[in-house]
Write a new protein. Structure first.
Length: 107
């Protein structure tokens, strides 16, 4: 009998979070886990080859990355705005941010 591993595949949306637990062959890849999870069928907006990146425990990986027992595969949604560009634009406008995300001087 082939060795099996336990993995989870997760996809978070603004209003809900999907977590699918799977038992897969030890030689399974990230792509295998995502396909077996059924999340691609449930969420057709996931485009692994174009928009969505994937990771294992918050570390970006490729779809052909090998899985280990108890890994959590994460499907990331694309960013609405690039944080670096937002900070650069804010700096060009001369805005100073206070801790907590509001503009400095707000009360």
């Amino acid at each position: 009998m082939a060795e099996m591993i336990n993995v989870e595949v997760t996809y978070a949306l603004p209003q809900r979070h999907e977590l699918v637990k799977l038992v897969l062959p030890a030689e399974a890849t990230v792509a295998d886990a995502i396909e077996a999870s059924g999340l691609l069928a449930r969420y057709p907006d996931i485009e692994l080859d174009k928009r969505n990146k994937v990771g294992i425990f918050a570390k970006l990986v490729r779809l052909d990355a090998a899985l280990r027992d108890r890994d959590r595969v994460e499907i990331y949604r694309p960013l609405i705005a690039d944080p670096k560009l937002v900070r650069k634009k804010r700096a060009e406008e001369g805005k100073v941010m206070k801790k907590g995300g509001g503009e400095a001087g707000e009360d």
